[in-house]
Design a binder for this molecule. Sequence first.
Ligand code: MCA
Length: 492
Amino acid sequence: MTRRIRNTGKSSIARGRVYSGRLNLSDLFDSSLVGRRRQVGLEFNGREYTFGEIDARANRLANALTGRGLNLGDRLCVYLANSVEMIDLYLACVKLGVIFVPINILYREREMAHILTDAEPVALVTDADLAVSVPIWRPAELSAEAAVMPNVRPRVQLDGDTPAGIIYTSGTTGTSKGAVLTHNNFAANAVNLLACWEIREADRFLLVLPLFHVHGLGNGLHCWLASGCRMRLLARFEHQTAADVFLEFQPTLFFGVPTVYVRLLAFSAAVAREIGGFMRLFVSGSAPLPAQVFDEFETLFGHRILERYGMSETIMNISNPYWGERRAGTVGFPLPGISAKLSETGEVCLKGPNIFAGYWRRPEATRDAFADGWFRTGDLATVSEDGYFTLCGRKSDLIISGGFNIYPREIEEFLQEHPAVTEAAVVARPDKMRGEVPVAYVALSEAVETAVLETLCREKLASFKVPREFIVVEKLPRNAMGKLQKNLLGTT
Ligand code: MCA
């Protein structure tokens, strides 16, 4: 007897239609959420969650969000610390094709205002008391609504070009742009990191980085879900308790910014050795890792940190090898599928499936960011004979403190709003712990205590942007054309 295979799908010819990455992020995560549903996938705040529970929570929440009117392509802003609720929201958005817009939890209202106007979200999910222009949804209310919803997967057809998230480059008015990252961008990144850093189900992953940035979200959360390993998530990194967490959880995999690694150098030699014994891979990024930290870390923990290079617009681009030499001070080679070249001026230009779709509602800025199809990163680099990239500066004025980007112009404009401040210049001061910290030079028209300026900054700006020192000068150094010469301002 011949067995007949019935083709149940209706076929049609849709010429010109692009079928892009129909195995979208949701499908990629299903290897864990469905495939390993009885396994414990997550530990948070002393509770364990199986992948099946995480999937069910996200399905129920997705149904609750649909009930509140969210649809494919809508934006949802999220201003939350790392938590299970934040993961629920992200996965629900992924399932619905709703665009997830995380906001740095350290931002103040002033810094969020531009993002809320620009992204035009349906709502902002937060438990903070904020006076903002969009509806606020409380996580506790959403969870209560979700709890009575069915655990049924939303039926939304998505392809790989669907935007999954918008990551804002900063909160500044005018200059802050939302980088639109698609399902394909995130998927290409996760698949690359799994392959290149050998991330497996057997890993135990300690995630301490904030989920509102690409490092914690695109690398952290995605590598966890795509690999099906067990992840312990912390609300935040706390150096005082970090040694205990390492010893208790015994991770094999850890992602950090250089500030975190500087903190880990304070562990005793015995503790560091023990941690080094069960750890498999330490990865560093978001800011340059000083070669001295790399060396000291190796001496103490017996591991060479793997440094890599990424951006919000591109997720990961260039990485030191897992096998092979991890060279201090360099970021290694372009990841598979990614091409990198240096422009005439030494700027890193990139092509690949990881490159974002463009800036949200900014066609001009998007056009400017590309040259002949290559994304211009704004980062300057050199390449060694054997192909290792070394970053050596930025085209624009940027300070990186503890892995957070600071645009000096934003702080300068803020300071100049004070009636007594006639001029302000913010520059980077090297800092052993944070890499760099901002320092402000101000010219005043009338006497004002610098403590007053500091308090103002503390009230209105994210803590990492508050200048660590205010230096009063008569006037700022300018050249004959009147252009500010920041290089003449001492920072030590
Ligand atoms: C920092 N602070 C926080 C938090 N993080 N406060 C509350 N919650 C947080 N999650 C503030 C504190 O208010 C304090 O400000 C200052 O940071 C330092 O706090 P401390 O306890 O001394 O922390 P630390 O040991 O110095 O460590 C800081 C940190 C933080 C935890 C490493 O800098 C951090 O989370 N960095 C990660 C940033 C990140 O994920 N960047 C990725 C973006 P004050 O001193 O004023 O009181 S770049 C990216 O995504 C690209 C793609 C890439 O390549 O990765």
